[in-house]
Design a protein around this ligand. Structure first.
Ligand code: NAP
Length: 457
């Protein structure tokens, strides 16, 4: 497997990285395990907090540099990449500020004696991460686990190796001891061997269902704790009492941000019959105004997709949807640019029999559905194998919350597009995976909640 930066705007191979040898993997496992043992003996939380503070400072100082590395790797707009670096820095602030509280022992109320739960690290983790947010995906698993004291071996996506290495280098420069975060260019087979290794305690993966199922199988076979952050087909439900000025402002961006390559992008827009034509016009108007071009140019508003493969896959999905009766309301035309651009596209008339009805489309393609009632909207939103997030629009908060609570997802956003903040738990249900990242929930995933108990004599 080749780890390469192939700039999706120019199609040029900018950098190629050597695959990790088995000896390097073995050395990394040994170093990480020693570090885990050292942290178990002598907690060193204060030292780790200082490292994370330094990391936050480095991220802020070098936001432009890091953002450009991500843009070259996978094509995202430079402004969005800078926002991503800022968000990662905010994770540093959050976990340092809350570390003592998250790791404080919990006294258990019992009349039978005295009991408490102490919060301990679990061991070395393997992190398998995707390319769509090259820094953010690493940051949201690395920072909390480093605070806990779990060393991490990173296997990042093969198409954003420069970003993964830049993040790992920043961690080292921030003062983290060797073994804290090691970025390796591993084959799938080496990932499996690392998961099976006795020195590895768990694995976290963000990626597709296919990748997740394979890695989770290996983790299961070796009884390793794992978390899976997988795909989504999020609904965007516009209720009868929605604020349409807000809908107009939010809906197009909820689909087009990061060129539509977000697990929590709104992908299925569910609209009442009476509002359907109006909504289609709003989306078409916004989609027709995007400016495709160099993602390093701040005036560009729609980035290329991450790779040739990603573009071909999306085109195949749209073609299949159309072959099965979907109608193209807007878009689906070739783009006269060399990069991996995909014209923003609006599909309608996708029936449950269409193979794309229950498939995630990772790019700027909005599927719009017409329903007769709120009940039908809820039913349609839930008619999905996925359960990551959803969005509900209503000017009546209680109404929106009532509807949101009926959707089988891990997250619901009201009157806004999807969001990720350090204090908000992130994760899904159904085929969108299990476990949570970020917030207090995220830091607990790979924590040994160790009971210490003395019975009354
Ligand atoms: P992917 O193909 O599953 O790749 C994700 C990562 O898993 C990459 O590092 C990939 O390595 C690795 N991988 C895949 N199969 C593997 C295997 N059998 N053994 C070991 N490693 C393996 O996912 P993707 O299509 O690039 O990423 C987009 C997907 O991620 C979408 O479905 C999106 O919704 C989801 N996602 C979910 C969340 C969330 O929080 N729920 C967030 C972001 C993205 P290679 O690159 O070398 O193949």
């Amino acid at each position: 497997m080749a780890y390469q930066t192939i700039n999706p705007y120019t199609n040029e191979v900018e950098q190629t990285f050597e695959n990790t040898t088995d000896e390097e993997l073995e050395q990394t496992l040994a170093t990480a395990h020693q570090l885990y043992l050292e942290w178990r003996r002598d907690n060193k939380l204060e030292e780790r907090k200082r490292v994370i503070l330094n990391l936050g400072r480095l991220l802020r100082e070098r936001r432009e540099e890091y953002a450009a590395i991500m843009t070259r790797d996978m094509g995202k707009l430079i402004g969005e990449a800078e926002g991503e670096v800022d968000l990662c820095a905010s994770f540093c602030d959050y976990y340092v500020a809350n570390a003592d509280q998250f790791l404080a022992p919990e006294i258990i109320a019992t009349t039978s004696g005295r009991a408490k739960v102490i919060k301990q690290s679990l061991g070395t983790l393997v992190a398998v991460e995707p390319w769509n947010f090259p820094f953010y995906q690493i940051a949201r698993v690395f920072i909390p686990n480093f605070i806990v004291g779990n060393p991490m071996i990173l296997k990042d996506a093969s198409n954003c190796p420069a970003s993964a290495q830049a993040f790992a280098d920043a961690v080292k420069e921030a003062g983290a001891p060797a073994g804290s975060l090691t970025n390796l260019f591993l084959s799938y087979d080496q990932v499996n061997r690392a998961i099976a290794d006795k020195r590895v305690a768990g694995v976290c993966l963000t990626g597709s269902e296919r990748g997740g199922a394979t890695v989770a199988k290996e983790a299961g076979a070796n009884l390793k704790k794992n978390t899976m952050e997988l795909g989504g087909n999020d609904a965007f439900i516009i209720l009868d009492d929605a604020d349409w000025d807000l809908v107009e402002k939010v809906a197009p961006a909820a689909r087009l941000y990061n060129a539509g390559q977000v697990c929590t992008s709104s992908k299925r827009f569910i609209v009442l019959e009476k509002d359907y034509d109006h909504f289609l016009e709003i989306m078409k108007d916004a989609f027709s105004k995007v400016k495709m071009g160099d993602p390093l140019d701040p005036s560009t508003t729609l980035a290329p997709l991450s790779s040739k493969k990603a573009k071909e896959k999306l085109q195949g999905q749209v073609d299949l949807a159309v072959a099965n009766g979907a109608k193209v309301y807007y878009g689906n035309q070739p783009v006269a640019l060399a990069g991996q651009f995909f014209m923003p596209t609006i599909l309608t008339d996708i029936t449950p029999a269409n193979p794309l009805f229950d498939t995630e489309m990772f790019g700027p393609v909005a599927s719009v559905y017409k329903v007769k009632s709120e009940e039908e909207a809820i039913e349609l939103a839930n008619n999905s194998s996925y359960g990551l997030g959803n969005t509900v629009f209503s000017q009546n908060y209680e109404h929106a919350e009532r509807v949101a609570a009926q959707i089988e997802t891990g997250m619901s956003w009201i009157n806004a597009g999807w969001a990720s903040l350090p204090e908000l738990p992130f994760g899904g249900v159904k085929n969108s995976g299990y476990g949570r990242e970020l917030s207090s929930y995220g830091i607990e995933e790979f924590m040994n909640k160790h009971l210490i108990y003395e019975a009354r004599q």
